[in-house]
Design a binder for this molecule. Structure first.
Ligand code: AMP
Length: 192
């Protein structure tokens, strides 16, 4: 069993590379952004709580996100392992995840950090916005807020995993295939 955190700024390619990881390693994927969008679409109470934050490119409060992840883990106790995509995004979330996994007798195996320069991120997000239908991808101001949230609140999560010696930096610029080759080599080395 291995649990992986796929880490990186918005537009780094986490969703795309998650799909490859699921296929290759048979892990259960949890994207907190996708889960929130599902709740928004279904008009649930949780979706209502998240809406204004998401619309403005801000992070949803920790307790809302952590509760949602806890429910997901509880509903998937038969999984071989998890890919956490877009979570944790604050140090409080990373600490809560360690506690949650330890209560399921498991832990994070490695944190893969996709490294992509800022100007490339903006280009990718605006391009994705043309087809994704995501309002937060279509407006440069919102993209800037999301990148700022990443730099202020999410980047410290990298140090959290570095302290645990679990960080593995991956160059996130190149072809999808070449980036995935680096990712799968890193995962395989942690599984050995
Ligand atoms: P994403 O699809 O990962 O880019 O997430 C879209 C939006 O969902 C983010 O801009 C946040 O508003 C919210 N969100 C997703 N994951 C988290 C998280 N782990 N913590 C806080 N907010 C989140």
């Amino acid at each position: 069993m291995i649990n992986i955190v796929l880490f990186g700024p918005p537009g780094a390619g986490k969703g795309t590379q998650s799909e490859n990881l699921i296929k290759q390693f048979g892990l259960k994927h949890i994207s907190t952004g996708d889960l929130f969008r599902k709740h928004l679409g279904e008009g649930t109470e949780l979706g209502q709580k998240a809406r204004s934050f998401m619309d403005n490119g801000k992070l949803v409060p920790d307790e809302v996100v952590i509760g949602m992840v806890e429910d997901f883990l509880q509903a998937n106790t038969d999984a071989k392992g998890f890919i956490f995509d877009g979570f944790p995004r604050t140090v409080a979330q990373a600490e809560a995840l360690d506690d949650l996994l330890s209560s399921h007798n498991t832990a994070i195996g490695c944190m893969l950090m996709l490294d992509v320069p800022q100007d490339e991120l903006k280009k990718r997000l605006l391009e994705r916005g043309k087809t994704s239908g995501r309002v937060d991808d279509q407006n440069e101001e919102k993209i800037n807020v999301r990148i700022q949230e990443y730099l202020n609140k999410t980047l410290p999560v990298a140090a959290f995993y570095e302290k645990q010696d679990k960080t593995c930096k991956i160059n996130g610029v190149g072809t999808i295939e070449s980036i995935f080759a680096d990712i799968s080599a890193a995962v395989a080395s942690h599984m050995a």
